[in-house]
Design a protein around this ligand. Structure first.
Ligand code: 4NP
Length: 161
């Protein structure tokens, strides 16, 4: 199972999603062959996650500080089984960038919000970049609320042991 989490800058939301997903897989003794995150934009390529994301993950015992931002590549549509977009903008951008060739039809493009509980306060993972630290806590809560259903979904699709 190869999963790519996608946001705009790859420094706030998708690094947290990657960290949370890796952590839950490890806790449950599940295996994924490749887990990564990327941004549709390239402004922060090569940078570590935003310090507010690093701090949020750390409060939950997860170290995401070694991650480095990168931009979504055409090849990601062939390499990954799942591309999980944090919001509708990221989803539509990825959809529009999917190359036409057969091998690039491989990745299934979904929204993180597809896996939110019914009573979630949002229908996307809100961009916390310009807000205060509470936005990062909200992102964390949304991501972790979605992970059990996401893992069940990718598992039932035959990818997890
Ligand atoms: P992210 O947040 O997409 O969750 O990583 C953002 C990071 C940077 C910018 C926007 C959103 N930016 O405009 O640089």
């Amino acid at each position: 199972m190869k999963v790519l989490f996608l946001c705009l800058g790859n420094i706030c939301r998708s690094p947290l999603a990657e960290g949370a997903f890796r952590h839950i897989l490890a806790e449950q003794n599940l295996a994924a062959t490749l887990v990564d995150s990327a941004g549709t934009g390239g402004w922060h390529v090569g940078e570590p996650p935003d310090p507010r994301s690093v701090a949020t993950a750390r409060r939950h015992g997860i170290d995401i500080s070694a991650q480095r931002a990168r931009q979504l590549h055409a090849d990601d549509f062939a390499r990954f089984d799942w591309i999980v977009a944090m919001d509708d903008d990221n989803y539509h951008t990825a959809h529009a960038r999917r190359p036409g060739g057969d091998r690039h039809q491989h990745a299934r493009l979904v929204r993180m919000a597809d896996f939110f509980p019914e009573d979630a306060a949002h229908d996307h993972v809100p961009d916390p970049y310009y807000g205060g630290p509470r936005g990062f806590d909200e992102v964390w809560a949304l991501l972790t609320s979605a992970m059990p259903r996401f893992i069940a979904h990718v598992g039932s699709a035959g990818g997890l042991p």
